[in-house]
Design a protein around this ligand. Structure first.
Ligand code: ASP
Ligand code: MG
Length: 407
């Protein structure tokens, strides 16, 4: 029989009734003879509540070590509740927190990276026929401090455990029943994908599709862990995230993603001298502001314009950091535009087929949508457009590339 890691998200453990439904599902899979490790998130809304408490208690910037002690506590509740129910049903079940398993991380509080998962305790329990219920999202650093893995981090806990245990596969149960060609809430012609490659999944996540935590997919790719994205509320087999193969390349693109959480910054008419990009971007990276697309115009008469995008929530801080630098460099001004969004098409088929980019640009032009910025990678093309055209662009691209039909 198989070794299976199942992860259930916050909406799947939102109340006792839902946890009971999960207990039944876990129990069934166990009774089929599988070895089971279950990873849970906190009950829906709980982590948000704890984050707010930390912010209120500190007036904005909580001590980072104590923040992790607090926000990791939500998972302690859900894992113990599930273990209580499984025990009541006659199973041998044991809950384990991150430091008990020993999910060893670096020291980056609130955004820690997993370095290693000790499997001894888990394997021992599995051998004795037990079901192991592990708290997601949390770990412990080399000094024994509790750490957390960033929002959505339970996905990463599950994949890391699957990798270290050499599990047969990892199932991520959530409130959607798989990965779609685009957001089904935005477009009812979105189609559920049976399979998608790790790289496409990473590109979609980077382009705004929020199904799995980015790092969990990176880990799955590195260790070759097959990941199923499934719904906790149905029996549907979901979407398999796996290695790329020839069949996947037959389709031109696999999905259309959008990201409304974008803002555009343009540094206008800045003297084109060595070091300007470094002087602009270093303060941003020092403050953990992630810069996405960057365009520098061709220089004219010794001056140039530099345009880039940041997350919309960072725009206030970016302004505070950049205004003085731009003035000092002799730029004529900085423009900030929050009314933009990014629309991307993703697919491994792009590697072998031409004309994909031009088709995207024509499709947007036919709808009268102006493209403000373009960026491309091997399997992704992104365009920044006016925010109000987001829905229209997504639907037009989905139609133009025939995504409604199975390739
Ligand atoms: N409970 C954590 C969060 O809300 C981790 C997770 O759900 O994956 O971000
Ligand atoms: Mg999640």
């Amino acid at each position: 029989m198989a070794v299976i890691v199942q992860k259930y998200g916050g909406t799947s453990v939102a109340d006792l009734e839902k946890i009971r439904a999960i207990a039944r599902r876990v129990s069934r899979t166990r009774e089929d003879g599988n070895d089971m490790v279950v990873v849970l998130s906190a009950m829906a809304g709980e982590t948000d509540r704890l984050v707010q408490l930390a912010n209120s208690a500190s007036g904005g910037e909580p001590d980072r070590r104590e923040y992790d002690v607090l926000v990791s506590s939500g998972e302690q509740i859900s894992v113990s509740l599930l273990a209580i129910m499984l025990n009541k049903m006659g199973h041998r079940a044991v809950s384990l927190l991150g430091y008990q398993v020993r999910i060893l991380t670096d020291e980056a509080h609130s955004n820690a990276k997993i370095l290693d998962v000790e499997t001894g305790l888990i394997s021992g329990e599995l051998k004795r026929g037990g079901i192991v219920v592990v708290a997601g999202f949390q770990g412990v650093d080399g000094k024994g401090n509790i750490t957390t893995l960033g929002r959505g981090g339970s996905d990463t806990t599950a994949v890391a455990i699957a990798a270290c245990l050499k599990a047969d596969f990892c199932e991520i149960f959530t409130d959607v029943d798989g990965v779609y060609t685009t957001d089904p809430n935005l477009y009812d012609k979105a189609r559920k994908l049976k399979r998608i490659s790790y790289d496409e999944m990473l590109s979609l996540a980077g382009a705004g599709a929020k199904v799995l935590q980015h790092r969990s997919v990176e880990l799955a790719k590195t260790y070759g862990v097959p990941v199923y994205v499934r719904s906790s509320f149905s029996e549907d087999s979901g979407t398999l995230v796996t290695k790329e193969d020839e069949e996947m390349e037959r389709g031109v693109i696999s999905g259309v993603a959008y990201d409304r959480d974008q803002a555009k910054v343009t540094v206008v008419h800045v003297p084109d001298k060595p070091g300007i990009a470094g002087r602009l971007f270093t303060p941003l990276s020092d403050h953990n502001i992630v810069v996405d697309m960057i365009i520098q115009n061709a220089s004219s008469e010794g001056y140039t314009d530099l345009t880039f995008t940041v997350s919309r929530k960072d725009i206030g801080e970016a302004r505070r950091l950049l205004d003085p630098v731009a003035k000092d460099m002799g730029a004529s001004r900085i423009e900030y535009d929050e009314n933009i969004s990014k629309v991307s098409i993703v697919g491994v088929g792009m590697k072998s087929q031409s004309g994909v980019a031009s088709k995207m640009f024509e499709t947007l032009a036919n709808e009268g949508i102006n493209i403000l910025m373009i960026s491309t990678s091997e399997i992704k093309i992104s365009c920044v457009i006016g925010a109000k055209y987001t829905e229209l662009a997504v639907m037009a691209l989905h139609d133009a590339f025939g995504l409604e039909q199975e390739p």
